[in-house]
Design a protein around this ligand. Sequence first.
Ligand code: ADP
Ligand code: MG
Length: 709
Amino acid sequence: MAHAARPRTASPSLAPSGDMPLRRLPGVGPKVAEKFASRGMDTLQDLWLQLPRMYEDRTQLMPIRDLRPGIAAQVEGRIEAVERGFRYRPMLRVAIGDESRATLVLRFFHFRGVQVAQFVPGARLRCFGTPRPGQNGLEIVHPSYRLLDDAADAGLGDRLDPVYPAIEGIGPATLRRLIGLALERLPDDGSLELLPPALLRDAALPGLHEALLCVHRPPPDADVDALIAGTHPAQRRLALEELLAHHLSLRRQRIALQAHSASPLRATTLARQLRNGLPFALTPAQERVFAEISRDLARPVPMLRLVQGDVGSGKTVVAALAALMAVAEGRQAALMAPTELLAEQHLANLRAWLEPLGVRVAWLAGKVTGRARLAARAAVASGEAQVVVGTHALMQDGVVFQDLALAIVDEQHRFGVHQRLALRDKGGDPGAATRRVPHQLVMTATPIPRTLAMTAYADLDVSAIDTLPPGRTPVTTVVLSADRRPELVERIRAACAEGRQAYWVCTIIDDSDEVEAQAAQSTFEALAAALPGLRVALVHGRLKAVAKQAAMQAFKDGAVDLLVATTVIEVGVDVPNASLMIIENAERLGLSQLHQLRGRVGRGAAASSCVLLYQSPLSATARERLETMRQTSDGFVIAEKDLALRGPGELLGTRQTGLAAFRVADLARDADLLPVVHRIGEQLLYDAPEIADRLVARWIGGAARYADA
Ligand code: ADP
Ligand code: MG
């Protein structure tokens, strides 16, 4: 389907202004245009669709006394006290009070000297943020704030302020101004509309023009609560269109893929040999999933199957069996993982399983360099390497397979669709109109409820390994208030005295790596000081890859007793001797992420435990989340619960599920739109492919080029 996704075809009906290059806007020079371009934004339309990530209500001031935890508000007060300190981390606390005779604490973990100097007792401060329960009443961490001139009467806004996703190199004010300019050029002659009018009427949703204006510049009388919750009809209208575009793009990828051929893989000899030699029997779930894969592989059409299986459910051996199906036909299989650590684990497993059968396994990762890399690449190119294990390095240009018949990608959610496709493109002969492409198997440990899987993975068939191998000792989970932190030091000491190892995971609400790294650093220092007999190491996202790798390796080798880490350790760490995990601020993480983290322990024979530390008091939802963690370790139950609990306003979503990052849609919140999306999607696909083209180009743009298989 070569015509499928040529973005922005010069269709005469397309409003010319939507295609106008950004650099024709006043104030957009080559530099700014380049910053936009690096985000895939080239045209006016891309600015129209740069939708607010949230809103801030600065139209009123809230008395401090009326603040409620979790509800963002604007307050004004005078500085009463300033305290700068270090405990586990550097910290600045500023107390302000107002006429309601209540006090609010502003807390900064990350600040500069000039900032500190501004905060003088008596100064008038207006700030905006989301209050949370702190040690002394409510506090706001990293509020946006400004100092007010004492005499002047600073006015309030008259409408909600949109907050746009940051674009590196373009300040928020500039971005707002440019979006404003773009909106002035929004055509109102109906030329933008791509959805059937009857659909909009029936669903009581506004047209695109109205919807865009409303979300970018909410009228003063707009339903503020709905806008903040993302349920305003204007937002739902946009979400519907966005979901539709994604659905169409995925469906087309699927159709395009099936127009190609694949080599049927039917020889079962090697796979049978591996199974007979394993020290364990496959679980019924593994049997079922492998049977599904074998059926796909036997067909002359490329397989595209996702295997979901909880942490420890035994996906690797299923992947190995599939790889052997390719090898038995004299073809090659590749297994790609997102990190070196994870890839190395696969390498060790596959070598142990496959080499006794005479199968040659090659290794290609970033750290394979020089002569070793040349040799590995030569083995891949000549076909001497029958199975190739590696990281992103597998996809590099210099890597040429002799005959790749099966591409396996682990932890699919860490890779984008593009990367997955890049590996697939290593097979067959690119360039031919219909060509032979490899079968693809993707594996993920992040279970996704079935309804969502249908949309998020409309281009994939889904299998689930839904039971764990027998004999696992379940992890005991305890939920503790953070003030019991000192007891944990003892607990760590005890576990390590028995020769076990422990993880301490630091999380903080701030979204920046840097602040998170800083928090981890100070926790690391505090714990190292409190546990002088233990070997403590630190891993966070700001470390160089080599340093990260070295710390992880030392932990794996047993040379480190306690690993203090940020959530970077989430995926793929396999240290069976680790039996204790402590997660700080657990109330701030989503269920799936907690589940992934907890899956790092309970991998050996020893009884393991996971301690979830929270800051009290807990919101009702947070309490329920932690309670779910305590009660179950079933990833699918947790995924369903996660979806149910993730109500509007809980911004815990996209990062943990690994689903496509949407501009406005939220699969949990907008789930009720999915049946409509599916119905309209099928209609457009067959009856109005040119509309489908434009929808995909509009919302997904350049990325959709990859659909042009
Ligand atoms: P994951 O699905 O998280 O990738 P792995 O494939 O790493 O899980 O498997 C976890 C562990 O369970 C490995 O040590 C693996 O050898 C073992 N395992 C896999 N299948 C079985 C089984 N059927 N019975 C017993 N152990 C198994
Ligand atoms: Mg795995």
